[in-house]
Ligand binder design. Sequence first.
Ligand code: PAF
Length: 282
Amino acid sequence: MKLIHTPAEWNPLWLNHLQLNQRIGLVPTMGALHQGHVDLVENSRSKTDITVVSIFVNPTQFNNPEDFKKYPVTLDSDLEKLEKAGVDYVFLPSVDTMYPNLPSLKMDFGDLERVLEGKFRPGHFNGVGIVVSKLFHLIRPHVAFFGQKDLQQVGIIKRLVSDLSFPLQLTVVPTRREADGLAMSSRNLRLNSSERSQALILFKSLEKAKAELLSGKKWLEIVREIENDFAGVPSARLEYLQLIHPESFEHYVDFSPKEKSSICVAAYIGDIRLIDNLPIIP
Ligand code: PAF
């Protein structure tokens, strides 16, 4: 596994792989890697010839500066995991490499980002859109891999690829969960042991909401019940629980088995903001 820090190091390698007719997969990450990231790597290794993982904690996508400062950095163990997973290259750019100038460009994904994460984290998807575009331009992958846990991010990146005609395919990989159901996330590293057990309320709420929807209960009644459940968990604060269309992200006021749907949840556990989602009708 080779570490690269600049496009100047990558460009001749890229050309060489292209001349050998090899397909390149990119797994963009912000580090603090877990098994969910390893799943992305395994997908890339099965679908492409060369796997590049980028690790870059992108400052422009954090609407909350404290969250950026406290974002876990675990480079040594990340590199160990990637080596073991059979990654070919790790791209570790500096902030200056990625942002020689702070971009004056602003990306606005319209209705796709007026809801859910976009609504609660203003500017977040502008930062994601710009950094992902830069990674696509710098690495020039044939396929890029993203996790289903960030459902709205996936929708935004699909739109980005289509609007800017990036010549690449996207592959979306299912959410990897801990044995008790908690969705794996780099932010879980910041939970203390009491918060870790309280964090399970996100997944439990999704499962409960899904079961109740499918048994015919009204969505608004389910939301009220889950708000009550959250009120009983001392460190938890529900930010949103919504039944949405998984591509347009428009919310439904009630469930129809004829329409595609997913449930999305975001909540604080102590100071740590977590998200999760569950497909109902894929
Ligand atoms: O999902 C993430 O880890 C980040 O949003 C991404 C796609 C690597 C962009 O910084």
